[in-house]
Design a protein around this ligand. Structure first.
Ligand SMILES: Cc1cc2nc3c(=O)[nH]c(=O)nc-3n(C[C@H](O)[C@H](O)[C@H](O)COP(=O)(O)O)c2cc1C
Length: 335
């Protein structure tokens, strides 16, 4: 008899079956990349963030509409939006509910001046009344759970994440994800995991910890240190989907990397079309190749490929060179 898997936690009524989650990353966590991460075990997916103003226009620009695409069966799927006006955030959320998210998330962590400078992203954190109204409206009027992704606060002095988290929870947030840095830190310094532990002790909704998880050992360390319900991984997952299978990057061989590169390139080509897909794939490819001299040496050639078959041929060349090396090595060791 098949035993049904047990959810590790719920976002409102939505079950989540794992504890490692790909972070939303604009320019990276698109449909093709998420397909790879899901295959290796990422338990829940966020879209790249989308500004609410774009969603309220008469026609949503294609590049933003694509950000809210998802694959059949890609669940739970969290659509992430950002804005600085509670009513507009609600209207945008109501519009995209028809596109099938399991959860809607409000980005309260983006630190770029363009976003935070106008009171959106982490710019919401110094505005507790705006946070309260946003979560009250969304949790009252949407048929799906509402969550938020925050930072510690604006700067070292204004670390108001506990106050903001309580406000979110009191106004219906079903989960809080936190990147353990302030706005002024951007990505500098180390993420504060003690703060994530304090957040977990303060709220009763599930907490996702985020920041500086780079290896399977870090996943366990963050969980033990903070008690968080799940760990979210961003930069360390680029070119490294194996982290979702709790596999160390050092243990991944060239054959595995070439297999992942082949699959990822194919997903990109299918989704964006061959030429654009391969261009968009370049930034991923550089990360996959890191630490593999055979692949790094082939990089200038691989980057010129404009069709999938060209790309495949160059990849096959990498494999052939690797086999030749293997054969040479075994001949030498048998001498
Ligand atoms: C290129 C890039 C794009 C990002 N885009 C988003 C985004 O769209 N939404 C969001 O909430 N966070 C975004 N982030 C922040 C990440 O989700 C995450 O919080 C941050 O990278 C810290 O986690 P890490 O140390 O595992 O990378 C982005 C980060 C990077 C590096």
């Amino acid at each position: 008899m098949m035993v049904a898997p047990k959810p590790l936690f719920h976002v409102g009524h939505v079950p989540v079956y794992g504890d490692v989650i790909l972070a939303p990353m604009a320019g990276y966590s698109d449909v093709p990349y998420r397909a790879l991460c899901r295959a290796y075990g990422s338990a829940m997916h966020y879209t790249e963030f989308v500004p609410v103003e774009v969603l309220l226009g008469r026609q949503v620009a294609e590049r933003f509409r694509m950000r809210l695409d998802k694959q059949p069966g890609e669940r739970p799927m969290v659509f992430q939006i950002f804005g600085n006006d509670a009513r507009l955030i609600l209207q945008a959320a109501q519009r995209i509910v028809a596109w099938g998210p399991d959860v809607i998330d409000v980005n309260m962590g983006c630190s770029t001046r363009k976003v935070s400078g106008r009171g959106a992203g982490v710019g919401m954190m110094p505005q507790p009344a705006l946070v309260a109204e946003t979560f009250r409206l969304l949790s009252t009027h949407l048929p799906v759970p509402v969550t938020g992704k925050i930072r510690l606060g604006w700067d070292a002095v204004q670390q108001n994440y506990l106050e903001i988290a309580r406000i979110m929870e009191d106004n219906g947030a079903a989960l809080i994800a936190m990147h353990g840095r302030t706005k002024s830190q951007k990505y500098d310094g180390r993420a504060d995991w003690d703060a994530i532990a304090r957040l977990k002790q303060t709220v009763s909704v599930p907490v996702i910890g985020n920041g500086d998880v780079q290896s399977p050992a870090d996943i366990e360390r963050m969980k033990a240190h903070t008690g968080c319900d799940a760990v979210m991984i961003g930069r360390a997952a680029i070119g490294n989907p194996w982290i979702f299978a709790r596999r160390c990057r050092e243990d991944v061989g060239l054959v595995d990397v070439v297999t992942a590169v082949r699959r990822h390139a194919l997903e990109m080509a299918r989704y964006y079309g061959e030429s654009l897909g391969l261009t968009q794939f370049r930034k991923h490819l550089k990360q996959y190749a890191a630490g593999f001299p055979e692949l790094e040496a082939m990089m200038p050639t691989l980057l010129t490929a404009t069709t999938l078959s060209e790309f495949e041929n160059y990849l096959a060349e990498v494999e052939i060179r690797d086999w030749r090396l293997e054969i040479d090595r075994s001949l030498i060791s048998n001498l």
